[in-house]
Design a protein around this ligand. Sequence first.
Ligand code: SF4
Length: 81
Amino acid sequence: SIFTIVHQETCIACGACGAAAPEVFDYDDEGISYVIIDDNKGTKCVPNQYVDDVLDAYEGCPTDSIKISKKTFDGNPLKYG
Ligand code: SF4
């Protein structure tokens, strides 16, 4: 299982992650991405059926703003560097 979170300070609102994983990533009024399942806290496991989509989004983010980990982020996208 994996956790994911968006580092919103570096997100450029390109729209790629929501296209890759629409059940996991959505955008705020300015187009900045967030994780739907835990309000971008990185505290809930990504449901198994969406893991491949999240990995695609992770690999496709042009600014490396999508973080993934096997452990909770506790709301901090930079928790693991
Ligand atoms: Fe932001 Fe990256 Fe998603 Fe583009 S792919 S909207 S830069 S988090």
